[in-house]
Design a protein around this ligand. Sequence first.
Ligand code: ADP
Length: 531
Amino acid sequence: MTPRLMHWFLGVRVLVIGLFLGGAIVFQHKGSTGYLWVELRCLYLLVAAAYAQTLVSLLLVRMFGPARWLAQLQIGLDLLFATALIHITGGIESFFASFYILIILSGVLLLSRRDVLIVASAAAILYGGLINLQYYRFIPPVPGLALPLEISGVETLYKLFINISAFLLVGLLGGLLVSRLRLSEHDRQKITIDYEELERLNRAILANMTSGLIIVDRQLCIRSMNAAAEDMLCVVFEHAYHTQLSRYFPDVTLLQDGQFQVVSRGEGWLVDGMGNRRPIGFNTSVLTDPAQAVDGLLITFQDLTNLKEMEERLKRTDRLAAVGQLAAGLAHEIRNPLASISGSVQLLRENEALSPEDRHLMNIVVREADRLNGLLKEFLLFARPSPPHQIWFKASTLIGELADLCTADGRFAALEIQQNSPPGAMIYGDRNQLQQAVWNLLINAAEAMPEGGRLELAYRPLTRQLVVTDSGPGVSEALRQKIYDPFFTTKDHGTGLGLATVHSIVEAHGGTLEHQPGIDGGATFLISLPV
Ligand code: ADP
C-alpha cells in the first residue's frame, strides 16, 4: 500500500460521504412530501463525525505512513459508521445498505484477502444484528425517526438474506481480486526493479569502459560521450556537445554520399582538445530508432599510443637481433686476423734498419688496427652482451661515480651537471653494464651540447628509472625511430653503436629504453628497470 493510494482512498471517501449524505439532506429539504423521515440533525452529526475522522486518518497517515493497521482501523470505523447510518435511516428500509458493499470494495484496494473476507463477514453480522435488534425492538428507535412499524417477518428475512448474500459474495469475489491484484503488482514491481537495475548497469558499464564511446547524429555532430572519451579527447562533454566530430577526428571519414560508414577495426588519428595527435583504433555501428530509421552513429575507440610504442620496440628488438647475430660472427672473424696483423707489424717495427717513412706507415697500421679493434669490442658488447650479473647496489654510488667520470672528461667541461638520487635507493642489476649504458647516454648528451648546457643524471626509485636529461637540440621526430639502429649516426666520427648498446644491455635486464622530448627542447632518455 502506498501513501498515494491511502490519500486517494480518503479523498474518494470524503466525496462519497458528501454526495450520498449531502444528497439525502438536500432531497429531504426539497422533498415534495414535506415529511422528514430522518432526523436531519442526526445526519449532520454523522457527516461531521465522518469528516472529522477522515482528518484524523490523514494526520495518522502523515505520522505513521500508510500502515496496514491504519487501513484496518479506517475500514472498521467505516463499518460502524455505515451501521449507524442504516440505523438512523430506517434499518431494513434504508437504502444505505449498499454502503457496506462500497466498504468491502475499499478493503479490496487496501487490505489482504483474509481481511476482505473478515470485512464482508463483519458487514453481514453487523447488518443482520442491527436488523434483528430493530425488528425485535431491542434498541430504541431514533427520536423523530419513522421506522416502518409493521413489516412482515418474511419480508425482513428475505431482504436480510439478499443483502447478506450480496455482502458475502462481494467479499469472496473481492478476496479473489485482491490475490490477482497483489500478483500483478508484484510482477510489475519485479519488472520495474529489473529495468532500474539494467539502467544502473548500463550507466556503470559506460562510465567504467576503458574505450571511448561517442554518439553522433546524422550531421556528425556529437550528441553523447562517456568518461573515457572525455579523458582521451581532453574535453568535458558540455564543451564537446554539438561540435563536429571532425574537430577531434580530422582524418576519419564516417559519412559518404549521405551514408554512415560502418567500420570494424579501423585505425586513424585523434586530435585532442590540447591539440595533441594520438593514434587510435575504432569501430562504428549505426544506431536506429524503434521504426528502424537511421538515427545516428556510435563510435568506440581506443588510444593506441602505448600499443604502437610497444610494436615499435618489438620491431626494433627484432631488427637489432638480426643485424647483431650476423655482424657478431663477422666481427669475431675480423678480430683474430686483425690481432695477427697488428702483432706482426709491431714486431717489424722493432727493426732498427727501418726508414723513418716505413716506421711512420707502420705506426699508422698499428694505430688504425687498435681503433678497429676498439670498434669491434664495442660492437661485440652490443651484439653479444654477456648475461647480466645482477646484484643490489646503491643508486647514489652509481650516479656519483658517473658524475665524477663526467667531471674528469674534457667533453663535459662546458656543461652544468646535476645529479639527483634519493640516499637510500637501491638498484638491482649488473653494475658494470648499467654504468656502461648510462655512460653512453651521457656522452651522447655531451656531444649534443658542444657549446655547453645543462645535463641531469637522476635515479627515480618509484618508477625504477635511470634518467639522463640534456638541454641540447633534442632528437627530431624524423630520427626518433632510427637512433637505436646499429651504425646509425649523425656525427662525423660516430659509430652509431652507443644507443644500440644501451638498448641491448637494458633488454638483457628485462627493462625498457625510452626517449622523451624535453619540455624546452633537449632530450630525455629513460632506462626503466623491471620490478
Ligand atoms: P653515435 O653517438 O655514435 O652517433 P648513438 O647510437 O649513440 O651513436 O646515437 C645515434 C644518434 O642518435 C646520434 O648520432 C644522434 O643523432 C642521436 N642522439 C643520441 N643521443 C642524443 C641526444 N642526447 N641529443 C640529440 N641527439 C641524440
